[in-house]
Design a binder for this molecule. Structure first.
Ligand code: DQA
Length: 155
């Protein structure tokens, strides 16, 4: 069966397209999902793409990913800078994770420079707009392939 990547989006990302387009661009979240689905197909993986404005719901979805998803891509949005709960959930499930931000958080307000979530991420991609999600799919599928090859070499 094809690997599934869980792509999680945090608060206010449902407003993409109209939300501060000078920072986040004009693409909607549905546009980004469409691009992810298309690229994932090319990589032979499935994508489960979700958005929530609620921290607990994101935590629940991370827990549910155990046994279901081979990788997580997360744009935690504002929760990046506040949420120990999301960090702990990711550390608990031990699923390879890539953190994505549309904007370059290091060029922005000081409070955006730190992300709690990064501690649980294999890598962080920021500043490339929606391309960041595509790069994350590429990175995670490469990781999964390498892990499988290592596994096969051992057995
Ligand atoms: C964001 C950056 C965060 O600082 C902000 O709170 C967001 C979006 C980004 O994708 O650039 O909501 O994660």
């Amino acid at each position: 069966m094809a690997d599934t990547l869980l792509i999680l989006n945090g608060p206010n990302l449902n407003l993409l397209g109209t939300r501060q387009p000078e920072v986040y661009g004009r693409e909607t979240l549905a546009d980004i999902e469409g691009a992810c689905q298309q690229v994932a197909q090319g990589f032979g993986v499935q994508v489960d793409f979700r958005q929530s404005n609620h921290e607990g719901e994101l935590v629940d979805w991370i827990h549910e990913a155990r046994g279901r998803s081979s990788g997580i891509i997360i744009n935690p949005a504002a929760y990046s800078h506040t949420s120990v709960a999301i960090l702990d959930a990711l550390l608990a499930v031990e699923i390879p994770t890539v953190e994505v931000h549309l904007s370059n958080i290091h060029q922005r307000d000081e409070f955006r420079h730190h992300s709690y979530v990064s501690k649980a991420a294999k890598g962080v991609i920021c500043g490339f707009g929606s391309l960041g999600y595509i790069l994350a799919i590429q990175a995670l599928t490469a990781e999964l392939r390498a892990a499988k090859q290592q596994q096969m070499a051992k057995s």
